[in-house]
Design a protein around this ligand. Structure first.
Ligand code: FE2
Ligand code: FE2
Ligand code: FE2
Length: 458
């Protein structure tokens, strides 16, 4: 039986928005097919918000590139399907920067070596079937036109959409957020014109110069509500995801988070698996078990806001670094709260460092406000962190972890029922955690191997 501590039950989900991607089913339904009324569009936007967190310089960068690219594609009469691909690619185009610490250079007009983030971005996107269609656009988003030679790169045809992204990306980085946008029009236009033919497709530059005559174009770009503008110009059909699709997408998000942190490379999958096992043992129904698994995948999404040098620092963080690290569940909340239909999952995921006595972070919520879902994720997170192997130590054994959990229960921090369920079924839960993390490690190794192979062919 799931105990809710007197909290009212969650409201029933809103009716599915319906519709399929490109007029048809974008996803193949299989297994768990119950719709959870979460739209692909909302999830894509939340991913884009998460990506902007990796670098202060990149705030709104994905929205800006998406806005410019979509305006250009529409002006140039690209088909609806091509425009949708350009839109989706643009809104996550620097996803590969998560893997490398070279993302600071992305805010400069001349990018020294854009190869790795473009290549790794495409490889990541290929891992999630619904994104495979626009992955090639991301792969070549820094390919210069070179007076027509840029039609091909590394022996492959470069989609025109990539050249749209390239131009849009460079316009975006030229626009200085500290200056009045309109006063920058002549300077930006001059710089883009000078690079027509060498960097950019001349016809695309002409289209940009035409669009840029409209002051509203620049006002939109500089607008604090650009996000809403970008949402408005989207022609993507509103597709509701099934539970299975949402789980897959969340697993994809987990892979992105885990790719970034080499010390805890498979942590999210371990939490997802342990949380689901605990949920089932504590009487959650099938739908809630899937939701708790998703919350496990997403709980550390806010870590994208923690700079790599802090995340990967060996040893103890300084006081200030610790404050930055502690903010990550707050960002998990901020990234996910925008997704309609994901309310339970958002709470469970972002409460993973809360404690029943109210001394957790970042919200300081106490028992009254921590439902069973939040309590399960908190235990699954600590259990996985203790039991998983780290490069600097082996995973702790049952006896050692039990001692830690006992103390935390005695101090009134964790739910005794959840901890008992863990230790009454330790071997099963630990085995499924281990195998989920091993599978993830294989996936990640495969990703790194393919990336190295590609670099070898560079
Ligand atoms: Fe880029
Ligand atoms: Fe970019
Ligand atoms: Fe965390």
């Amino acid at each position: 039986m799931v105990h809710t501590n007197g909290l009212p039950p969650p409201p029933p989900p809103p009716p599915p928005k319906g519709g399929g991607m490109n007029g048809e089913g974008f996803f193949e339904d299989s297994g768990l097919s119950a719709c959870v009324s979460v739209s692909l569009f909302d999830m894509l936007s939340s991913l884009s918000t998460a990506l902007d967190l990796i670098d202060f310089e990149l705030i709104d960068h994905h929205n800006r590139v998406c806005y410019i690219a979509t305006r250009l594609a529409t002006h140039l009469d690209f088909s609806a399907e091509e425009t949708n691909d350009i839109y989706m690619a643009a809104i996550v185009h620097d996803i590969g920067a998560i893997v490398f610490s070279d993302h600071l250079g992305l805010a400069n007009f001349e990018v020294n070596d854009a190869y790795y983030h473009s290549e790794s971005g495409a490889l990541l996107l290929f891992k999630f079937e619904p994104f495979q269609g626009f992955a090639p656009l991301v792969r070549f988003h820094h390919t210069p036109w070179q007076y027509g030679d840029g039609r091909y790169a590394f022996g492959e045809k470069v989609p025109y959409g990539s050249h749209i992204l390239h131009l849009s990306d460079r316009i975006s980085v030229l626009l200085d957020r500290r200056e009045l946008a309109q006063s920058q029009i002549p300077g930006i236009s001059k710089k883009i014109r000078e690079n027509s033919g060498s960097q950019f497709v001349p016809a695309f530059v002409d289209a940009f110069l035409e669009i840029s005559r409209q002051e509203a174009f620049w006002l939109d770009l500089a607008s604090p509500s650009l996000e809403r503008v970008v949402e408005r110009i989207s022609c993507l059909p509103r597709t509701s995801l099934s539970m299975n699709q949402l789980t897959e997408m969340s697993h994809f998000f987990a892979l992105i988070i885990d790719t970034r942190s080499r010390f805890t490379a498979t942590h999210s999958s371990g939490v997802a698996s342990s949380a689901m096992e605990l949920g089932a043992l504590l009487g959650m129904n099938a739908s809630d078990c899937s939701k708790i698994k998703i919350a496990g995948y997403l709980h550390d999404l806010g870590k994208l806001a923690v700079p790599e040098k802090i995340l990967l620092k060996p040893g103890k963080p300084s006081e200030e670094e610790w404050m930055i690290i502690k903010a990550h569940p707050y960002y998990t909340h901020r990234i996910l709260e925008r997704v309609e239909g994901l309310e339970d999952i958002t709470f469970w995921a972002s409460n993973h460092h809360e404690e029943l006595d109210g001394n957790g972070y970042p919200f300081g919520r106490a028992a009254d406000n921590l439902s069973m879902g939040s309590r399960i994720i908190a235990v699954a997170d600590i259990f996985t962190a203790l039991a998983e192997d780290r490069p600097y130590r082996e995973g702790m054994k049952k006896r050692e972890t039990r001692k830690i959990f006992r103390e935390m229960v005695e101090c009134g921090k964790l739910d005794v029922q959840v901890v008992e369920a863990l230790y009454d079924n330790y071997e099963t839960i630990n085995e499924s955690r281990k195998s989920a993390q091993e599978k993830e490690l294989k996936d990640l190794s495969d990703f790194w191997e393919r990336l190295e192979k590609k670099a070898g062919h560079k």
